[in-house]
Write a protein of this length. Structure first.
Length: 136
């Protein structure tokens, strides 16, 4: 995991990667296990907020499978639906505004933005804050 080397207003790394990994790392699936799919998820564009807000659930299912992040019919469909809901949030809030909030170190703002997304709960927020090295 990332070590805390300095305090800044903005956490380092790609917040969209950290968020998607966090969403996929629930239901007995660890962050480490999800990270095994990192390159495939990148190749499939699943960390691109512009693509997430335009793809439907079926597109995301196919991309998760292609990324070798297939957790079976029910779970893969469920995670695709959750990522589709994230895409809806991005569309509603805007890419720039969403990115600004999830790039910040403000746990309360991040939680306020993400908790209304269906499928985002305390575990996803905890994973995300851990990956972003954000104190809660």
């Amino acid at each position: 995991m990332k070590e805390k080397k300095f305090e800044s207003e903005t956490a380092i790394g790609d917040p969209w990667e950290d968020l998607v990994i966090s969403i996929l790392s629930v239901n007995q699936y660890s962050l480490e296990r999800t990270y095994r799919c990192l390159e495939g998820l990148r190749e499939q564009g699943l960390f691109d907020p512009n693509k997430l807000m335009h793809w439907g659930q079926a597109d995301i299912v196919n991309r998760l499978k292609s990324a070798r992040c297939d957790r079976g019919l029910f779970m893969t469909n469920l995670f695709a639906l959750r990522l589709s809901h994230l895409g809806t949030l991005i569309q509603r809030t805007g890419i720039d505004a969403s990115t600004k909030i999830i790039s910040s170190r403000d746990a309360k703002s991040i939680e306020a933005l993400l908790m209304p997304v269906s499928g985002v709960g305390p575990k996803v927020i905890a994973n995300f804050c851990l990956l972003r090295n954000i104190d809660r």
